[in-house]
Ligand binder design. Structure first.
Ligand code: F3S
Length: 648
C-alpha cells in the first residue's frame, strides 16, 4: 500500500512505534523554533537539564510576541534569549525582525524536514512541505537536547482542492471554509494533506496561510506536496538548493477525504468570538467598523499586505476608523517600503507598524470598548484583543481593506463595483531581498554565557506523584476554555513569563479573579471543565502555573492536544469524564480519587473511580501512553529526564 506524504516524512524520522493512527510514535526532530513568550522557559529548562549545546540541525529563537519593550522585564527577557541562543548554538532574531513563522519560512523552513516549535502555529511551513508541529516548551528543550518527540500518530485526511479561486476570494477563504465545515475541534488527532489541481494553483504564501490556520481546526499539522511553485518560492528566497520533490503515493490511503471547489468560494468572515463562526461577508455587510488590522503570521507576508496596499492606493480610509498594517516580517516591510507601497498606504491614512505579533495577543492596538475590529489574524477568542467585550472578526486582507475604505463590513466585490477597484490578485516579487541585519546566526553569536535579569526566575519542580489526590473543585469551567483563559497573554501579565511565582497570580483570572488566591489558600485542588479544555496556544505556562498553585488533576470532557501533553509534562493528571459526571459535579465539591493514584498510573490502569462529597461516585479515564505514565509518576518531564540522564 502506498503512503501519504505525512507517513513518508514520519517514516524517515521514526525512532519508536509504528504508524498506526492513535498509537504513540517517537520521531527525530531536525529543526526547532521558539518565540519570546515561550522561549525563556525553554532555555531555563534546557539549562536545568544540564545540556551543553543544541543537538538539532537547526535551532532558532525569535523575539516577536512582545516586541514593545514597555518595561525592563521585556528587554531583560530579550537579552536573556540572545544570550541563551549564543551560549547554546541557536540563531537569534531580534525584536522587530518579524514573527517566528514568517521569518522561519523565509530563512530556514525546508521540505521534508521535521520542525518542532514552542508556538501553536508552528505548522505554517507545511505549505512548503515541511512537517511542522507545535509543542510545549519542555518538549522543545528535550528535542533540542537530542531526544525524540512523542506524539499520537495522527489520522491523515486528504483535502482535495478542485478548481481555482475566483477574483476577490483568497487562501484565507479556503481555511475559513474548512473551519465552517469542520469546526475548531474537527482537526484533533489529524493531519490535513492538501492535494488536487486547486492546491497546485496556489502559491507558497497562499498555502502557508492555509497550513498556518489549520491550527484553529485543532490539527496536529497541515501539509502540501512540493512542486514547481515550491521550488520557485525557494529560488526567489535564494534557497533553491533546498528544494526536494515530495508527493504522496498515487495509491496512498487516507482516513477521510474532504473536497472543496475553490471556484465556488466567496469572501468569508469569522464572526465574534470563535474562528469557526464563519459566514459569507455579505451576510454581515453594513456593520460599522472602528478598527482594521492587516498582519500576523497568517496574513502578514509581502503577498498579503500588497493586495491591501493596492486597494487603498489613491483612496482614503474612513475617518471614523483606524487601519493598522503590521507586516509579518522585516523582509516584507522592507520590500513594501522600497517599492513605495508603504508611502501609498500612509498617504491613504494607514498607520504602518513594526513587524510584530503585538495586537494579535492584545499587546498594542487594543480596540475601543464596544466596537468592531476586523483583523486578518487567525484567532478571535473573546478578550484576546486586550479588551473583554471585544467584537473581532477574522477575514482576508482584501475584505479588511474594503471595510477600511467603506467604514463598514462590505463584500469587496460590491465595493469594487462602487469604486471601480481592480481585483489585486496575488503577486510574488521577482526576488525576496529583505536584509538579514536583524538575524544573528549561531556562528556569529555575541554571547557565550547566560545573562539573567532580576525578573528571570527558576523552573518550578514538582514532587513525584503520590498515592492520594483529593481536594476541592476550585473551578468548574465550560467548553472550549483556551490557554488565553488560563494564562492571558496581555502585556501586563506576559512580562512575568520568566517568573512563575509572580505569573501564577494571574492563573484563570479571566474566568474567576479569586481563583489564584483560593488555590493558594487551599494548597491543593482539582479543576473541572467541559470539552476541548486548553485549546489555543502551546503556552506551557498554562500547565506550569496551575501546577505551581497545587492543582493535581483536571477533570474534563476532552482536552486539546498540546495542552494535554503539557499537563503530563508538569505532573497534572488529565482525567476524562462523561457529560453526566460533568453536569453533576459542582464548583466547591470535594473530589477524591479512590484508587492509589501513583500505583494505578504506573500499572497502566485506565479507569479511575472518583468520589464526590463522600456521596456519589463516577468513573474517570486516563488516556495515556506508557511514556506519559512514566512522566506523571516522576512528577513531570523535567524530573524524569533528569533522572534518566543521571541513570536513575
Ligand atoms: Fe504571533 Fe498571533 Fe501568530 S501571536 S505567532 S501572530 S497567532
Amino acid at each position: 500500500m502506498g503512503q501519504t506524504l505525512t507517513e513518508k516524512i514520519l517514516s524517515d524520522h521514526l525512532v519508536e512505534g509504528d504508524l498506526t493512527p492513535g498509537e504513540e510514535i517517537g520521531i527525530e526532530i531536525d529543526q526547532v523554533l521558539m518565540q519570546d513568550t515561550t522561549g525563556t522557559m525553554v532555555w531555563l529548562q534546557f539549562e536545568a537539564l544540564d545540556l551543553d549545546e543544541a543537538q538539532t540541525e537547526l535551532a532558532a529563537q525569535y523575539c516577536d510576541h512582545q516586541t514593545y519593550q514597555f518595561d525592563f522585564k521585556n528587554t531583560d527577557d530579550h537579552r536573556f534569549l540572545r544570550s541563551a541562543a549564543g551560549t547554546y548554538g541557536a540563531h537569534f532574531s531580534r525584536p522587530g525582525n518579524g514573527i517566528c513563522h514568517n521569518v522561519h519560512k523565509e530563512n530556514f523552513a525546508a521540505p521534508g524536514k521535521t520542525l518542532l516549535g514552542s508556538d501553536s502555529h508552528t505548522p505554517t511551513p507545511g505549505g512548503l512541505g515541511q512537517l511542522a508541529i507545535g509543542a510545549g516548551g519542555l518538549d522543545i528543550a528535550v528535542a533540542m537536547g537530542g531526544g525524540a518527540y512523542y506524539v499520537e500518530m495522527p489520522e491523515v485526511v486528504n483535502v482535495r482542492l478542485e478548481g481555482e479561486l475566483p477574483e476577490w476570494s483568497s487562501a484565507k477563504d479556503v481555511i475559513l471554509e474548512m473551519l465552517r465545515r469542520e469546526t475548531v475541534k474537527g482537526g484533533v488527532g489529524k493531519v490535513f494533506e492538501y492535494t488536487g489541481p486547486g492546491a497546485e494553483s496556489l502559491t507558497v504564501p497562499e498555502r502557508t496561510t492555509i497550513t498556518n490556520m489549520g491550527t484553529e481546526l485543532g490539527a496536529t499539522s497541515s501539509l502540501f506536496e512540493t512542486d514547481e511553485k515550491t521550488k520557485d518560492y525557494l529560488e526567489r528566497q535564494g534557497r533553491g538548493d533546498e528544494y526536494v520533490e515530495l508527493t504522496a503515493d498515487d495509491d496512498a490511503e487516507y482516513a477521510d477525504e474532504i473536497v472543496i471547489d475553490l471556484s465556488e468560494l466567496e469572501p468569508l468572515i469569522a464572526c465574534p468570538s470563535m474562528p469557526d463562526n464563519v459566514v459569507p461577508v455579505r451576510e454581515v455587510a453594513g456593520e460599522k467598523v472602528e478598527q482594521v488590522l492587516v498582519g500576523s503570521c497568517t496574513n502578514g507576508g509581502y503577498e498579503d499586505v500588497l493586495p491591501a496596499a493596492k486597494m487603498v492606493k489613491d483612496q482614503e480610509v474612513a475617518k471614523h476608523l483606524e487601519m493598522i498594517v503590521a507586516p509579518g516580517s522585516k523582509q516584507a516591510g522592507e520590500m513594501l517600503a522600497r517599492e513605495g507601497w508603504t508611502a501609498e498606504m500612509m498617504a491613504a491614512g494607514v498607520n504602518v507598524s513594526e513587524a510584530t505579533c503585538g495586537p494579535c495577543i492584545g499587546i498594542g492596538h487594543v480596540p475601543a470598548s464596544d466596537s468592531v475590529s476586523l483583523r486578518t489574524f487567525n484567532r478571535n477568542f473573546e478578550g484576546r484583543s486586550g479588551i473583554e467585550d471585544d467584537n473581532v472578526y477574522l477575514c482576508s486582507p482584501q475584505v479588511a481593506a474594503a471595510a477600511a475604505l467603506k467604514g463598514e463590513i462590505v463584500d469587496p466585490r460590491d465595493l469594487a463595483d462602487e469604486l471601480g477597484l481592480d481585483a489585486p490578485g496575488v503577486e510574488l516579487p521577482d526576488k525576496y531581498d529583505g536584509s538579514k541585519t536583524d538575524l544573528i546566526y549561531a556562528e556569529d553569536a555575541i554571547d557565550d554565557e547566560l545573562i539573567k535579569g532580576p525578573n528571570i526566575g527558576e523552573v518550578p519542580l514538582q514532587d513525584p506523584l503520590g498515592s492520594d489526590i483529593s481536594g476541592e473543585t476550585l473551578l468548574k469551567m465550560e467548553d472550549n476554555i483556551t490557554t488565553d483563559h488560563i494564562i492571558p497573554a496581555t502585556s501586563d501579565i506576559l512580562k512575568f513569563r520568566s517568573n512563575i511565582e509572580r505569573l501564577s497570580d494571574f492563573t484563570l483570572s479571566r474566568v474567576d479573579e479569586t481563583f489564584a488566591q483560593r488555590a493558594k489558600d487551599a494548597g491543593t485542588g482539582v479543576l473541572v471543565a467541559g470539552e476541548n479544555y486548553g485549546q489555543g496556544s502551546s503556552r506551557e505556562h498554562a500547565a506550569m502555573c496551575p501546577m505551581y498553585l497545587g492543582i493535581e488533576a483536571v477533570l474534563a470532557q476532552s482536552f486539546a492536544r498540546i495542552h494535554k501533553a503539557n499537563l503530563f509534562n508538569f505532573g497534572i493528571v488529565p482525567l476524562a469524564i462523561d457529560e453526566e459526571t460533568y453536569e453533576k459535579i459542582e464548583q466547591g465539591d470535594d473530589v477524591e480519587i479512590v484508587d492509589d493514584v501513583a500505583e494505578a498510573v504506573e500499572s497502566g490502569q485506565e479507569e479511575f473511580t472518583i468520589r464526590v462529597n463522600d456521596d456519589w461516585e463516577a468513573t474517570a479515564n486516563l488516556h495515556a501512553s506508557e511514556r506519559e505514565r512514566r512522566i506523571l509518576t516522576a512528577g513531570g518531564k523535567l524530573p524524569l529526564t533528569k533522572q534518566q540522564a543521571e541513570g536513575g
